[in-house]
Design a protein around this ligand. Structure first.
Ligand SMILES: [Zn+2]
Length: 71
């Protein structure tokens, strides 16, 4: 699989993504930090270092529906 992975925004605050999900493995990324700038940076760096699990195929259909619903 050479599909490019992206961090899909789930929740934003002040135009920053404070909760997101991987477009490949659908792993959720959240931060409990109160400051959006810091939370956003933490989420992006967590996303950058994570390893995708390829066994999330059931989740895929659900997430695709959610994201098309939103955009
Ligand atoms: Zn992933």
């Amino acid at each position: 699989m050479s599909k490019k992975r992206e961090l899909l925004p789930v929740r934003r605050r002040d135009n920053l993504v404070v909760a997101g999900r991987c477009s490949i493995c659908h792993r959720p990324f959240e931060s409990s930090l109160a400051i959006p700038q810091v939370a956003s940076r933490q989420i992006v760096s967590d996303f950058d270092v994570h390893t995708c699990d390829e066994d999330a195929n059931q989740a895929a259909a659900r997430v695709v529906r959610e994201s098309t619903d939103k955009v």
